[in-house]
Design a protein around this ligand. Structure first.
Ligand code: KDG
Length: 312
């Protein structure tokens, strides 16, 4: 059985070789991206067992993703392939270090065909944590149904649900997104919004107020405040944890997934909430110093090393 199970779309990411508007770029290198697989890689690097599944195209890109995740030590035994649709793609455009834009080529992708038949109930119910993002329910009706069914399975078997809203308004309409994501938040045990996502879901703009609104029934809420750190609240405690500054932000994409991996690792180790949030901040900070959405994800030793340097 797995410490954590997650599922969603992983795409091939094409990164331009130069910092240039995409229209002028000729060369790309091939990486892998997807919030859920980023988290699975992160959790695995932090020393836990992580299971990830999706539906991949029966094409070279699907093969690349499948092998890469296996190489990262992620269990992908429940992943399926289809000939009906291609693996999704995504391009990054870097105009400068702080202006990163993304373009999806994922409509009607293989992952959007993921459905109830892809859920292995036994696999989900034996996990300690089910990680979900707000991206998967935006992909298709079938994907949404799979998410809500996975939630039911988790709840029936006391599997803790960690939910990162990951609001992607390129994928669906605002009103629909708000309704569905609030519904998932309501059913989750731990919710990890960025502050603007928290505002989107609750209409509040102060972290404490967002946490009060989202945090009913003993939920744990951790609001990501970027380089300012994070605010956390559960039924026993609340507080701010300051952020860590990194030498150079090379690529901000993926920091939130690193943070989620850090939180999941801390929950699996039963650490106190303030410690969980502190280490999660470090994981997020280390991701932004490296090009790519998952390449910078650290091991525990790297987190310890960073902490020892930042306190001296
Ligand atoms: O959090 C990073 C992800 O957004 C990225 O890896 C791609 O999953 C992705 C998405 O749908 O944007």
């Amino acid at each position: 059985s797995m410490d954590m199970v997650t599922f969603g779309e992983t795409m091939v990411l094409f990164t331009p070789a130069r910092m240039l508007p995409l229209e002028y770029e000729h060369q790309y290198y091939k990486q892998m991206a997807g919030a859920e697989s980023n988290v699975a890689i992160g959790v695995s690097r932090l020393g836990h067992s992580a299971g990830w599944f999706s539906k991949l195209g029966d094409d070279p890109f699907g093969g690349f993703i499948f092998k890469s995740l296996k190489g990262e030590g992620v269990d992908n035994s429940r992943c399926t392939f289809t000939e009906e649709a291609p693996t999704g793609l995504y391009f990054k455009e870097k105009r400068n270090a702080s202006d990163v834009r993304i373009y999806y080529y994922r409509k009607h992708s293989a992952a959007s065909l993921l459905n109830l038949e892809d859920l292995d109930e036994d696999y989900i119910k034996k996990a300690r944590i089910l990680h979900l993002t707000g991206i998967t329910p935006a992909l298709s009706k079938d994907c949404r149904e799979a998410v809500f069914t996975a939630i039911e399975i988790a709840k029936q078997h006391s599997v803790k649900i960690v939910f990162d809203p990951n609001i992607r308004l390129k994928l669906w309409k605002e009103g629909e997104a708000k309704k569905v994501l609030c519904d998932i938040a309501e059913k989750s045990d731990v919710i990890l919004p960025g502050l603007n996502e928290g505002t989107f879901l609750t209409g509040e703009d102060k972290p404490e107020k967002v946490a009060d609104k989202l945090g009913k029934n003993g939920k744990t809420i951790i609001i990501k405040l970027g380089k300012e750190g994070a605010f956390y609240q559960n039924s026993e405690e609340s507080g701010f944890v300051p952020g860590f500054s990194v030498a150079e932000v090379v690529d901000p994409v993926g920091a939130g997934d690193g943070f989620a991996a850090g939180v999941i690792s801390g929950l699996l180790r039963n650490e106190p909430l303030s410690m969980i949030v502190k280490r999660a901040n470090v994981v997020g900070a280390l991701v932004v110093g490296v090009n790519g959405d998952s390449e910078g994800l650290p091991t525990n030793e790297e987190v310890d090393h960073f902490l020892s340097r930042s306190s001296t």
